[in-house]
Design a protein around this ligand. Structure first.
Ligand SMILES: Cc1ncc(COP(=O)(O)O)c(C=O)c1O
Length: 334
């Protein structure tokens, strides 16, 4: 656990590793950050591209009358205009929450600029790095990120049931749960020291050990190399699909402005059917539907059917891309 914490801190540019606490997934980290930071009467600014892990968490607090929320609408390619964020801020805005990259379109958000705005206005910036951790550089100091939520089982290549939250020094969150920490056991209240304050109960130690091995692999390979490979493969997918008239690609359609996620629609065939044929006939796995982000689909105009989402990773090859584009060409041709 100690080594995994230390290596994750290195990956995210966190100076004091004890500020990184383990959770069971990104959802738990986001709940801890949002529910722990907000108080009665606070206002939150977010985007229309968020995952339900953020969206539902904010909506429940809003429905209870505790907070108000302004979701800023993104462009149809999922991109965010920072001026719209500035306009949405109010004197009682306490938190800004943004995904680092959309899990539907792959669109990268301007986290650096958002960090500057948050710093100038004294607003806490929470970044959902579920789609970027392990595949895109995340430097919490350089980006002025106050809270960073991540999951272990995606780009970090770790096991399911792992994740965590970075909490900048000076930010005191209300814990989501209290209990045993194996430390300061005579205290009747939860210790104030980190990471113990937010790690009540037995940790997923086997999962965290597996995550540690994955993070060491990433550090050894080098994040730049991983990112460059994903840019190359994403660019090739985009190029290949642009030659198929019956395929519509959503998102920025520019490999440098997105992570290795490409959402598409095939004219006349439902995304679920395309996914089924890709799996059964071509042994290619993709995901179809809403990807737990209905508001993102409302933004890009695909709420009725969702999209077919292609996810590219470090272990994919150019042959995989060729096979995928070829298969989609055949399916699109009927
Ligand atoms: C952008 C984003 N946020 C949050 C989550 C939730 O992650 P987890 O399943 O680890 O809770 C996901 C998972 O799909 C995601 O893509």
């Amino acid at each position: 656990v100690y080594e995994t914490r230390r290596d994750l801190a290195r990956l995210f540019g966190i100076r004091d590793a004890s500020r990184l606490v383990f959770t069971h997934n990104a959802t738990e980290a986001l709940n801890l950050a949002i529910k722990g930071a907000l108080h009665m009467g606070d206002h939150v600014v977010t985007s229309s591209m968020e995952h339900n892990a953020v969206w539902r968490c904010l909506r429940v607090l809003e429905a209870e009358g505790l907070i108000s929320v302004t979701p800023v609408r993104c462009a149809p390619d999922g991109s965010l205009d920072v001026q719209d964020i500035v306009s949405a801020l109010r004197p009682n805005t306490r938190l800004m929450v943004f995904t680092h990259a959309s899990n539907v379109t792959g669109t990268l958000m301007p986290i650096g600029e958002l960090g500057q705005i948050a710093r100038e206005r004294g607003v806490i910036l929470l970044v959902d790095a579920a789609q970027t951790a392990g595949v895109y550089p995340v430097d919490v100091e350089g980006l002025s990120v106050d809270l960073l939520a991540f999951t272990g089982h995606k780009g970090l290549l770790g096991p399911q049931g792992t994740g965590g939250l970075y909490i900048r020094e000076g930010i005191n969150l209300r814990p989501l749960k209290e209990g045993g920490t194996g430390s300061e056991s005579t205290l009747e209240h939860q210790p104030f020291t980190l990471p113990d304050r937010y790690e009540a109960g037995t940790l997923n130690v086997p999962g965290i050990a597996g995550l540690g091995a994955a993070v060491r692999f990433i550090l050894d390979e080098g994040l730049e190399r991983i990112r460059e490979r994903e840019v190359l493969l994403t660019g090739e997918v985009l190029e290949g699909l642009s030659q198929i008239p019956a395929i519509r690609v959503y998102g920025p359609q520019d490999a440098r402005r997105q992570v290795g996620v490409v959402s598409i629609g095939v004219q006349g065939v439902r995304p679920g059917e395309v996914a089924y044929v890709l799996d059964e006939v071509y042994s290619i796995n993709v995901r179809a539907g809403l990807h737990c982000s209905p508001c993102a689909h409302r933004t890009i105009g695909t709420l009725d059917q969702g999209t077919l989402r292609i996810s590219l990773g470090y272990f994919n090859s150019r042959e995989h891309v060729e096979d995928l584009v070829g298969a989609l060409g055949e399916i699109a041709a009927g």
